[in-house]
Design a protein around this ligand. Structure first.
Ligand SMILES: [Cu+2]
Length: 230
């Protein structure tokens, strides 16, 4: 699956979010099928027929009412458990650790700083495979929303209010990112290949995340040609 997609996660963070989505979808699907099935069954089984009078009216049924109160509460508790597990993986505490990368959103491009080496790039981030990096997320002008669907969660870039995000890639490759909210008339999500996108710049906000096989300081990657995921 190419382009921007949440269905082929490539990091533990994105995987945990994907798992959360799938489990929520399964649970919601079961509930949907159960309710729809019961509605259809009841509508057919107890439909009005000629010559049949009004059915007996029931007011209050403690066991039924307790059941339909406790069941959704249990389902919500289970989903809450999945969510907590996902948050622990996708969004662990930052602590006092200095950021490996500082990404600032501008209209309409990403500024990427590598504090360890003072290297600054635009729109492309080069990171080593299998290393969890702490990214500080900043907004330069208006509010943007940093998002690389295959690598992790979205994070708002609010001017004057830095956020943090853990970024990691399981395999070498090119991962497209986008601003995930409306920040101006020229901000659009990127679904094109880097080559086509460059041909169409600068009217699209865009970013490319390359992950290289060798581990090492993230800034090294800016000077190497990286292999594409096969
Ligand atoms: Cu934006």
């Amino acid at each position: 699956m190419g382009g921007i997609s949440t269905f082929n996660p490539s990091s533990p963070q994105a995987q945990s979010i994907s798992n959360l989505f799938v489990w929520n979808l399964v649970i919601a699907g079961i509930i949907f099928a159960l309710i729809l099935g019961l509605v259809i069954y009841i509508a057919i089984r107890y439909r009005g027929r000629p010559g049949v009078g009004e059915p007996p009216q029931v007011f209050g049924h403690s066991r039924l009412e307790i059941t339909w109160t406790i069941s959704p509460a249990v389902v919500l508790l289970v989903m809450f458990g999945f969510m907590i597990a996902s948050m622990r993986t996708a969004d662990p505490p930052v602590g006092d650790q200095p950021p490996d990368l500082v990404v600032t959103g501008w209209q309409w491009w990403w500024q990427v700083q590598y504090p360890a080496s003072s290297v600054v790039t635009a729109n492309e981030i080069h990171i080593p495979v299998g290393k969890r990096l702490l990214v500080r997320i900043e907004g330069g002008d208006v509010i943007h929303d940093f998002w690389v669907p295959q690598l992790g969660p979205k994070r708002d870039m609010v001017p004057g209010h830095p956020n943090h995000l853990w970024l990691e890639a399981d395999a070498p490759g090119t991962y497209l990112g986008a601003c995930a909210e409306y920040c101006g008339n020229r901000a659009r999500t990127v679904t094109r290949s880097p080559a086509r996108r460059q041909a169409r710049a600068p009217d699209r906000i865009s970013a490319t995340w390359r992950a290289a096989r060798r581990s090492g300081p993230a800034c090294w990657r800016t000077r190497r040609r990286t292999s594409r995921a096969g």
